[in-house]
Design a protein around this ligand. Structure first.
Ligand SMILES: [Zn+2]
Ligand SMILES: [Zn+2]
Length: 317
C-alpha cells in the first residue's frame, strides 16, 4: 500500500505492507485525510515520532470483529488506550500513560491507504455528511472540548487568537453559544472566511489588547500566542490553550497570580456532538478547504498546508 513515511528527518512516499489489525481493531481503507498543524510540527520533531503521520481521516471499514461496521464509512478517535490502568478505569482514556496516538505517538496514522484502529474508537458517519465534511470531525471535536472544559455564557466576551484551521473551527463552535467573539489573525483572506458567522475580525496589527476578554482561545500555533492571550484576558478570566509547541514560550507568570487568571490546556474532544453539528449544518466547513491532492502529490499538499492555505486534504480512495 502507498503510505507517507516519516523517518525522523524527512517525509517520503513509500510502499508498505498492509497493516494487520490487532485483536479488537478494525482495518480501515482511508478515503480522505486532512493535514493539521500537528502534522507540520511532527515533521519538525514534535513527539519524536517516526512512522506514518496523519490523524484526521474518513474511511471505509474493510474488516472488524463487529460485522455491523464492515463496509461502513467511519471517522476515528485518535487515542488508543489500554483500558485497564487507573486513568482508563476512571474514564480518562485519552490520558492513559500506556496509550498510542494515531499518527502522533507509537501508531501509524492515516496518510496511507489503510489504517488500523480499535473498534471502540470508530464512529459511523451518517449519509448526510460527505467525506469533505466528515474529515473535519476530529479537529471539530477538539474545538467542542473547549465547551466541555470552560463554561462560556451568552453574555461573555471571547477573543480567539489565530485565523488558521483550528481558530476557524473554534469560531464556528463558540458562536453557537451566542457570546461576543473577536477573532484576531495575521491574514486578511483567512479572516474573511468568518464573514456571515457573526464574529468580529481584526488584523493583529490593528489590535490593542486591553484585559477585557472573559475567555481567550489561543489557537495561533505560535509560542507568542499565549503571551498575547495574557494581555487580552480580564482578571479571573480563562485562557484556553490549543496550540502544540515545539519550543516552550517565555511567559509573564506573575500575571496569572496578580489577575487570578487560569490557563486551561485543551486537546481532543467528543466525536458524536461534532458529527451532529456537521450533520445538521450548524457548523460549515466547505469554505475551509483550500485544496485536495492525491497522495502522489503529497509534497505540494504539505507545501500548501505550510503556507497560507487553510485546510489541505489528501485523497486516498
Ligand atoms: Zn490535528
Ligand atoms: Zn490505560
Amino acid at each position: 500500500l502507498k503510505a507517507l513515511w516519516f523517518d525522523g528527518k524527512s517525509l517520503s512516499l513509500t510502499g508498505r505492507p498492509t497493516p494487520k489489525p490487532r485483536p479488537g481493531e478494525a482495518l480501515v481503507r482511508v478515503r480522505l485525510a486532512g493535514i493539521c498543524s500537528t502534522d507540520l510540527a511532527i515533521l519538525e520533531g514534535y513527539m519524536s515520532f517516526t512512522g506514518v503521520p496523519g490523524h484526521e481521516f474518513v474511511g471505509t471499514v474493510i474488516s472488524a470483529d463487529d460485522p455491523s461496521l464492515v463496509g461502513k464509512r467511519v471517522v476515528g478517535e485518535i487515542n488508543c488506550a489500554c483500558q485497564s490502568c487507573q486513568f482508563c478505569l476512571s474514564g480518562l482514556q485519552k490520558h492513559c500513560p500506556n496509550r498510542t496516538v494515531l499518527g502522533i505517538m507509537g501508531r501509524d496514522g492515516a496518510f496511507a491507504e489503510y489504517v488500523c484502529l480499535p473498534v471502540e474508537n470508530l464512529h459511523k458517519v451518517p449519509d448526510e455528511i460527505d467525506d469533505e465534511a466528515a474529515v473535519f470531525t476530529e479537529p471539530l471535536a477538539a474545538c467542542l472540548q473547549i465547551l466541555e472544559q470552560v463554561h462560556i455564557k451568552p453574555h461573555h466576551k471571547v477573543i480567539i487568537l489565530g485565523d488558521g484551521r483550528l481558530a476557524q473551527l473554534a469560531a464556528r463552535v463558540v458562536r453557537l453559544v451566542g457570546c461576543s467573539i473577536l477573532v484576531v489573525g495575521k491574514h486578511r483572506a483567512k479572516l474573511d472566511l468568518l464573514d456571515g458567522l457573526g464574529a468580529s475580525a481584526l488584523l493583529l496589527d490593528d489590535f490593542e489588547p486591553d484585559h477585557t476578554a472573559d475567555f481567550v482561545i489561543e489557537a495561533t500555533g505560535s509560542p507568542s500566542g499565549i503571551k498575547l492571550a495574557l494581555e487580552c484576558i480580564a482578571p479571573t478570566g480563562k485562557v484556553v490553550v490549543k496550540s502544540t509547541f515545539n519550543k516552550a514560550p517565555a511567559l509573564p507568570l506573575s500575571r496569572l497570580v496578580i489577575d487570578e487568571v487560569s490557563l486551561v490546556g485543551s486537546r481532543c474532544g467528543p466525536f458524536e456532538p461534532a458529527l451532529r453539528l456537521l450533520g445538521n449544518g450548524s457548523v460549515s466547513t466547505a469554505e475551509l478547504i483550500s485544496a485536495i491532492y492525491t497522495i502522489d502529490r503529497w509534497q505540494e499538499a504539505f507545501d500548501a498546508a505550510a503556507s497560507t492555505a487553510i485546510k489541505v486534504l489528501i485523497k486516498l480512495a
